[in-house]
Structure formats: structure tokens, C-alpha cells
Design a protein around this ligand. Structure first.
Ligand SMILES: [Zn+2]
Ligand SMILES: [Zn+2]
Length: 437
């Protein structure tokens, strides 16, 4: 074996691929039902788009981006998340003109150089939703609701996930808090890790993201932003809590939930699933009222959220949720001999026009071997054609689950596969008729 998949990537096939596609399809339906329209954004962008929007001293930008130079020596990066690209498109395409409160969703692979672990890959898929143009707290709650709704439709129960919320404050709150925080942290700066010391000089709040145990001790003794919120921010938090209650969405306030303070303004939230370990958020988002303006656009408030599809799939599997995935193959054609093959190819073509999936075997194996193959492929039906059937002008249609078979005229094959009662009885009539002729 010469070639192996790159660490942190994986091949998704069979049932897992079907489940993933199902989740994507369901996601599209749920997001559309709230008025979100799909935006397909590029997989790579100029590196500075991400450094500017996500923040230069964030983990993502510092350690996790796949950055490369193209042949014209431009620095490009594979997208580590979707919001930056969506905001770029929003500004570049003047989307604010289109709709006063534009709702967009995106779906696709993201790339981060992280330590691979269960449900976490270096290439992973996200569904994300953004709502531009409204600073009403009802839109924060709607974004949360879209995701909670989606989880419910996937089949997750309330006990399977938990919503955590926090308010990281408006610009003036943060200005005030920055003073308090910096002063308090400064005293302990020499006790913090090297990363924190370096980050502190560039953006003090980045220290809040540090996972180092010793750093956490100091961080947890600093006053919290929730203790420093202005009247307006406090009011907004109360509104959000009230609206969540109205929707019967359970939540927990987590004052340590920060999600990179320089990006978000106001409410931030995470949805965590117990089975994935305490650290693992399956979806995360928040309000970012300054990002569009900071990136060169108009002053447009916005709120958004994204969820990891692989992680969701992990939860679906561990909770043993049965997704209604369609068996891939409707009909397997087991043809014996060259003439039978020609007939099989012809019939399969007709069925495919009626959206019946067909696979024809060309390897001329024995009937037994072909039926075994059909079972392995989980085909719903096998159409068997041999010399005898050719002579009689029929085919044998075998229901693989019921393990029953009958002769069917080629013209009635479609009806018999669909399970129309008419054709089932016809099948028997034909058998008799054929016997008489
Ligand atoms: Zn405030
Ligand atoms: Zn640290």
C-alpha cells in the first residue's frame, strides 16, 4: 500500500455517507423554512480576510489555518469557518440592498489543523446560518431556535443536548470591562503561560480562551463581564431568556462562555452534547454587530450560528437514532448469458427513467453468486433473466426482503416494483395466461 489518506481526513461511504447527505438535506429544509436562502461561498479566500475577521491572535488564525501561496505569491487560506466568507460576500455583492433582514445559510467543508479525535477532523462539514439587518433580540432567539428545531427534527431529544448562553456585552460594556480585566490580569501576568503573555499584549481578552490549567485558575478569579454589563445589555439578556422560555427552549447561563471577545457583541451561545465530552460544542454562534462595518461594509447588525455535521452524526450514532435513509439500490439485475444481459441493460434503462435505481452485473457469475451480491448491496429487488425467461417473454422479480419471487411481463415491471396491487395480481394472471398459450 502506497497511499494513505492524510491525517485528520477520512473517506465517508455507504451508510455514513447516506446519513451525512440526509442531515444536509434536512438542514436545508429546516433553514429554508425560516426564510434562510443558501449561499455557496468559496472554499478558499485571501488569508487576510480570516485574520481580520476572526482575529490575528486567535487559535484558529495562529495555529489552525491551512495557508498557502498560490502561483502569484498571494497568501490564501482554506476556510476554517463560514462567517468570514459570508460577510465578505454580503459586502461585496451589496446584499444589504436585497433584503432588510437577510437570512442566509451555507453548507460545506471547513479546514482546521487541529488534533484529530472522535468526531473532530481536519476537514469537517458545517451548516451555518446568518441573519443580517436586525438587532432585535428576537432574531438572536430565532437563530438559536433554527438549530434547536433542526436537532429535534433529526431526532435528538431535549436530554441529548444543552444550550449555554452568555452576554459578552456591547462596545461600551467591553471598553469598560477591558480596563477592569486588564488591571486585574496584569497583576498575575508573570504566572500565565507564554501564549497568554504574548496574546495579552495584543488582545487581553484572548487570555480567556486559554485552556492551560494554571491560567484558568487566574482567569476564573477575574471579575466577569456579566458583572459589568450596561442597562441595555442587561435588558437584552433578560429579553432573550424570556423569549427562550416562551419557545420552551431550556438554557443555562455560562458566564465563562466567551467565544473570542473581539468578534462577538452581545449574546453568544453554544449547544453541547453530553456524549461528546464537556468541552465539545456541537453548534456555536452569537451576535456580531460590528463585523460587517469592520470589514468595510455598512453598519449592519448580525447574528449567526454554525454546527458541525460530523459531530452531529457522532451524536446520532451514539444515541442510536434511526435516520430514514433510503436504501441505495432498488433493483439488482442478475442476467445469465449475453442475450439476457442485453435485455437487462434495456430494462434497467427504462426503470432508471422512472427514478428506480438499477445495477446490472456484467461478470456473468452464477445465479447464486449474483443473489448473494444483491443481498450484500441490500437491493430491494432482484430481476432474474435467463434463457427460460427470455423464451417466455418474462423476467423473474424477486423481493429480497420477503424472499418471494414471481414472473412479471417486462411491461409490468415498473408497477410490480412500485407495489401496485393491480400489477401484483396481474403478475399471477400473466403466469396463468402464459401457461395457457
Ligand atoms: Zn452594554
Ligand atoms: Zn495561558
Amino acid at each position: 500500500m502506497k497511499y494513505f489518506s492524510v491525517r485528520g481526513t477520512r473517506d465517508i461511504l455507504n451508510e455514513e455517507a447516506l446519513k451525512l447527505r440526509y442531515l444536509e438535506k434536512l438542514g436545508r429544509e429546516v433553514f429554508s423554512s425560516y426564510g434562510h436562502r443558501e449561499i455557496v461561498i468559496p472554499t478558499f479566500e485571501r488569508t487576510e480576510l480570516f485574520t481580520r475577521s476572526i482575529g490575528e491572535v486567535s487559535d484558529i488564525v495562529e495555529k489552525e489555518m491551512y495557508t498557502f501561496q498560490d502561483k502569484k505569491s498571494r497568501s490564501l487560506s482554506l476556510r476554517p469557518e463560514g462567517t468570514a466568507g459570508v460577510v465578505r460576500a454580503y459586502i461585496e455583492r451589496n446584499l444589504y440592498r436585497e433584503n432588510a433582514s437577510l437570512r442566509l445559510y451555507y453548507l460545506g467543508p471547513m479546514f482546521r489543523y487541529e488534533r484529530p479525535q472522535a468526531g473532530r477532523y481536519r476537514e469537517f462539514r458545517q451548516i451555518g446560518a446568518e441573519l443580517f439587518g436586525s438587532d432585535n433580540t428576537r432574531s438572536d432567539v430565532e437563530i438559536i431556535n433554527v438549530f434547536v428545531d433542526f436537532f429535534g427534527k433529526v431526532g435528538l431529544k431535549e436530554k441529548n443536548f444543552k444550550l449555554y448562553i452568555n452576554n459578552v456585552g456591547c462596545e461600551s460594556c467591553r471598553k469598560k470591562y477591558k480596563g477592569i480585566f486588564t488591571e486585574s490580569m496584569q497583576k498575575n501576568l508573570s504566572n500565565l503561560c507564554v501564549d497568554c503573555q504574548r496574546r495579552f499584549s495584543k488582545n487581553p481578552f484572548r487570555v480567556l480562551d486559554c485552556k492551560n490549567k494554571q491560567c484558568r485558575n487566574y482567569i476564573e478569579n477575574v471579575p466577569l463581564i456579566s458583572e459589568c454589563l450596561c442597562q441595555d445589555c442587561k435588558k437584552k439578556t433578560e429579553e432573550i431568556k424570556e423569549y427562550l422560555q416562551d419557545l420552551d427552549i431550556k438554557y443555562k447561563e455560562d458566564p465563562y462562555l466567551v467565544r473570542g471577545l473581539d468578534y462577538y457583541t452581545g449574546i453568544v451561545f453554544e449547544i453541547k452534547c453530553g456524549k461528546l465530552g464537556a468541552q465539545d460544542a456541537i453548534a456555536a454562534g452569537g451576535r456580531y454587530d460590528n463585523l460587517v462595518k469592520d470589514m468595510g461594509g455598512h453598519s449592519v447588525p448580525a447574528v449567526g450560528c454554525a454546527l458541525g455535521l460530523e459531530r452531529l452524526l457522532e451524536v446520532v450514532n451514539s444515541e442510536k437514532i434511526d435516520l430514514p435513509i433510503k436504501k441505495e439500490l432498488d433493483v439488482y439485475f442478475a442476467c445469465l448469458g449475453e442475450r439476457a444481459l442485453a435485455r437487462g441493460v434495456d430494462l434497467a434503462g427504462g426503470l432508471r427513467c422512472n427514478k428506480v435505481s438499477c445495477q446490472v452485473d456484467y461478470n456473468e457469475k452464477s445465479l447464486k453468486a449474483q443473489l448473494k451480491e444483491a443481498n450484500r448491496l441490500q437491493a430491494k429487488f432482484t430481476v432474474i433473466i435467463g434463457d427460460e425467461e427470455l423464451q417466455k417473454g418474462v423476467v423473474i422479480l424477486r423481493d429480497m426482503e420477503k424472499e418471494k419471487q414471481k414472473e412479471v411481463k417486462p411491461g409490468d415491471l415498473m408497477g410490480a416494483i412500485r407495489g401496485d396491487d393491480k400489477s401484483t395480481s396481474q403478475g399471477r394472471v400473466e403466469q396463468r395466461e402464459l401457461g395457457n398459450s
